[in-house]
Design a protein around this ligand. Sequence first.
Ligand SMILES: Nc1ncnc2c1ncn2[C@@H]1O[C@H](COP(=O)(O)OP(=O)(O)OP(=O)(O)O)[C@@H](O)[C@H]1O
Length: 642
Amino acid sequence: MAAALRARPGERLRLCFLSYRHLTHLARTVLDEYAQRAEIEVVDRAFEGALAVAQERERMGTVDAFVSAGANASYLRGSLKSPVATINVGGYDILLALLRAREHSDRVGIVTHRRTIPEIDAIKELLRIEVTQGAYQTAEEASARVKEMAAQGFPVIIGSSVVMEAAEKLGIHGILAYSLAGVRQGLEDALELARIARLESARYEQLNGVLQHVQEAVLAVDLDDRITAANPAMETLLGLSAGAAIGRFAVEVEPELSLAGVLAGGEAEKGIVLRIRRRDFIANRIPIREHGQISGAMITVYDARTISEADKSLRSQARRRSVLSTRYALSDIRGTSPAIERARGTAARFAATDLTVLLSGESGTGKEVFAQAIHNLSARAGRAFVAVNCSAFPESLLESELFGYEDGAFTGSRKGGKVGLFEAAHTGTLFLDEIGDMPLTLQTRLLRVLQEREIVRLGSVAPIPVDLRIIAATHQPLEELVRQRAFRADLYYRLNTLNLRLPALRERPEDVTVLAEGFVTACLLRMGSRLPAPAVVAPLERWLTAYDWPGNVRELENLCERLTMLVVHFGSADAIPPDILRHDCPELFRHGPAPDVAPEDERAYVAGVLAACDGSRQAAARRLGMSRATLWRRMKQLGIGG
Ligand SMILES: Nc1ncnc2c1ncn2[C@@H]1O[C@H](COP(=O)(O)OP(=O)(O)OP(=O)(O)O)[C@@H](O)[C@H]1O
């Protein structure tokens, strides 16, 4: 195969014809017929002489296939890597040779390679000649057979060129058994072998090119665990010069690289950790099969550091994606009340640390907004910010969301496994919203993550280190849950390292107008209206500040959107017909704090909104200024929708 390596695609095939002069002489007479298809070199050499020439051609890479005959061909085939086509003697060839021999004598000897030809017995009767036959394997045997026949008085001997040589030496008439048809057949076979060799070598070259350039170190062995190939990365790893490992036993070169186990067991071993020259590597040992039979094995070795680099880069890609989802900086948190000023100041101080933060506050008070602002002000800014609402998933799903799973960890698990949110947040911040709804078993696992700073995927035992900051949020009083044993005390203390309570909107009514103006401005901008925000807010300010905002800022934001749409539609706030304002913005007409609302009233109100939204919880939640999770919880409390 190496011989063909230097052939350029499209170049004529290159053959080398090697034999004694009797056969090469015959071959030369047909060369012209092949001029278009091949470049054929004819060399008058046999056995050792022929082998020396052939090996030289192989080394130079100037021949795709060799052609020879009889024992010579067998001899060459045993020592060359390139294909060797054989010129065979057919029955018809022998018949023609016998006819020619009969012109000299009616006693004819036939010496053939390997075996005699039984059919001759029938022919000799026909031709009425005496025939003796002999077979040979080597040149020596050929000349011994010729000598024996000469001694028995056979004056003519038919055989291959080696037989002709021997006969001539003894002064006996030799007749070449080969015919032109046989030579042509041999050359055709050689061309086919050369064509296949070219294809194979192109494939080999391509593969070799890949192996030369892959970062992984690759080594292949034969059935004896002897090295047959090693790419430059492997040679560098082993500190060996190019080609120095070839032919040596793998175990001698580096015991860790021995593939004896895979050769014996026939099973691939993947993801094994090896220690070579005081460095850690991850390796795959794979048996090589040809036609179903193991013919060797290979090992691919990755530097564990490369994997960790790749891991970092993959994670940073994920990070870039999730960065887009953090929208809030501390400056986006609006409000001038002392309560919100205090919260902003505390958040800024927390951001300067890397400690776990617990944000508490009613739904819609801006817990996620604060979490993002802390992240964006912290040293982890620009890294991943991954948010997960613990109340939005059933337990098993939340576990796999957080921890990820290995390929085949459970029925229906995604192929190739799944990266959990802990891993996705690596080097960044994980925001665990509604932490009070986290099931106890998961609380235990979370505590372990906080302590060990590593996670174990479902279906795996291998811990994966994670570097992240946790910001948790709750609308529930966690101390109360701890008392009720619904929340682990040790986890509570760990999460509560830094605590920030976000004030409800009713505790800071002075912020309502500022917030409303902000939301209205954003909405006007989206609608392409040039109306100034105060034109929308001012006429309604009385109502806005009187309301208790049970849904807090989210509810206010939602109302502001509806209001803005009405104002834009009717041209001014005062132009909105009262019944339409009452229908579209009912909260403006509901006074008094939410706790005063009787559950029946609230049930009727929530059910009414749901009905108005055709049962769409998403739309109803928007209307009510609640997150979907809050609406769902509220519905359960109020006994709506089962
Ligand atoms: N101080 C603020 N300034 C500007 N916008 C705010 C502020 N607080 C909250 N918001 C807005 O209110 C909405 C709700 O905020 P956020 O989602 O952070 O609340 P939350 O406390 O996490 O709610 P939940 O507990 O229901 O998940 C957001 O869309 C955000 O735009």
